[in-house]
Design a protein. Structure first.
Length: 408
């Protein structure tokens, strides 16, 4: 096959971070395995990218050219961290089209890689080349029953966001033009294809989340039962369900065995106070450890020691699931279009949506099953590792990209 040059817009790229930033970095590398890539990203990513490339030299960089672009300060002074990020992204997407045209770059395919979802338009089709859009995500509404423990503002915010999304889906000409002009749409989950009414061979459904392989053979499991969960402390991630099901689980085992069971929560966010209150009121402080965000390498060491990964999140993705599978951790999650579509009965438990108490009870049952059946835990651990190697390596994303580009 002839080598092509791919122009990739990657709003978030940072080789030292996880989630969206890690995805941007790894997609650029995977494109570069088989083709040349010109990656357009934000100026604030330059330092991390250049430092990483200096510390980790490799021939792959011969296929990568980074272009850094930002809107002038007067158009972005109001953006603070994640506040205003989506609006700025929308403006940035429009701005890079003129920037690329001005540079008179030579490329064959244009690819809008990350930081978008199925309601934010792309404008890269204006460059007049075949457009690959995605992986595109779809996040469904959080079922109201799971927002019960939280302040009313979260229900209002979630419903207002849904209203805005619906306005885009129904009335945005920019979005309609993106869908019409895309040569291929990579959907993260089945929700995208349904919502955008995609037909024919112009799209594929393939998870976007993946992980490098940090696992080592010597599993540092000892004799304890460690449950781990990681993410932002916000209602979307379902940490209240994790904590309450762990409380029920502890209450179900003999007092003499409880010291060997631990829940580790890795993350930070506005709901930390609520979670600490639940933990304190249930007097399980000795069995729960909350660790603020840490370096990814430190998080990998925690996965190495864990027995089970608990992730009753309501989102349509979840990079941490791929990381957990790479360490051979059985995953307990909810039956949704995100993690619920990644996990098979061989490598974890997918808990159906129900009322609040029943969901907590079902999550607890999954924990108990793994705790009481060591042979099953080992079996599921091996299946989790196998699932990772088959479906969640970055290399498999690279193969999928190559297939898409070669059909255009």
């Amino acid at each position: 096959m002839n080598t092509k040059t791919i122009l990739a817009s990657c709003y978030a790229v940072n080789p030292f971070k996880g989630s969206e930033d890690a995805m941007g970095w790894n997609f650029v590398r995977q494109i570069a395995r088989f083709n040349k890539v010109i990656a357009v990203t934000r100026e604030n990513n330059r330092e991390a990218i250049e430092l990483y490339m200096k510390q980790n030299p490799g021939t792959i960089y011969n296929n990568i050219t980074f272009l850094y672009f930002d809107l002038p300060y007067w158009m972005r002074f109001w953006k603070k961290g994640s506040r205003g990020a989506l609006l700025y992204y929308y403006m940035w997407q429009k701005g890079i089209v003129a920037h690329i045209k001005k540079k008179q770059l030579d490329f064959d395919i244009v690819h809008n890689v990350n930081f978008h979802n199925d309601w934010t338009p792309s404008f890269l089709w204006k460059l007049g080349k075949p457009l690959v859009w995605g992986p595109v995500g779809h996040h469904p509404l959080i079922p109201r029953v799971y927002l019960k423990p939280y302040q009313i503002k979260y229900i209002i915010k979630d419903r207002l966001t849904w209203l805005v999304k619906n306005l885009f889906w129904k009335y945005s000409t920019g979005l309609k033009k993106t869908v019409t002009n895309a040569s291929h749409i990579w959907c993260m989950n089945t929700g995208v294809a349904e919502k955008l009414h995609l037909k024919g061979s112009s799209y594929s459904v393939f998870p976007s989340v993946a992980s490098e392989d940090f696992s080592t053979e010597d599993k540092d499991k000892k004799n304890n039962f460690q449950v781990i969960s990681a993410g932002r402390f916000v209602p979307l991630k379902g940490f209240d369900l994790t904590i309450r099901s762990f409380i029920l689980f502890l209450e179900s085992i003999p007092v003499s065995e409880r010291a060997n069971c631990k829940l580790i929560l890795v993350g930070s966010g506005p709901e930390r106070g609520l979670y600490e209150k639940i933990i304190t009121e249930s007097k399980i402080q000795d069995n729960v450890e909350i660790i603020e965000w840490i370096e990814r390498t430190a998080l990998m060491k925690l996965y190495q020691k864990a027995s089970v990964f608990m992730f009753p999140s309501h989102e349509g993705a979840g990079m941490v699931v791929a990381e957990a599978l790479s360490f051979g951790l059985p995953v307990i999650c909810l039956d949704n279009i995100g993690p619920g579509q990644y996990i098979t009965p061989q490598c974890g438990f997918v808990i159906p949506h129900s009322n609040y108490a029943e969901t907590v009870s079902n999550l607890k049952e999954a924990l108990s099953t793994l705790y009481l059946n060591n042979a099953l835990l080992r079996e599921m651990s091996a299946a989790a590792r196998k699932r990772y190697l088959e479906r969640f390596t970055w290399e498999s994303r690279g193969e999928h990209l190559r297939t898409i580009y070669n059909t255009l």
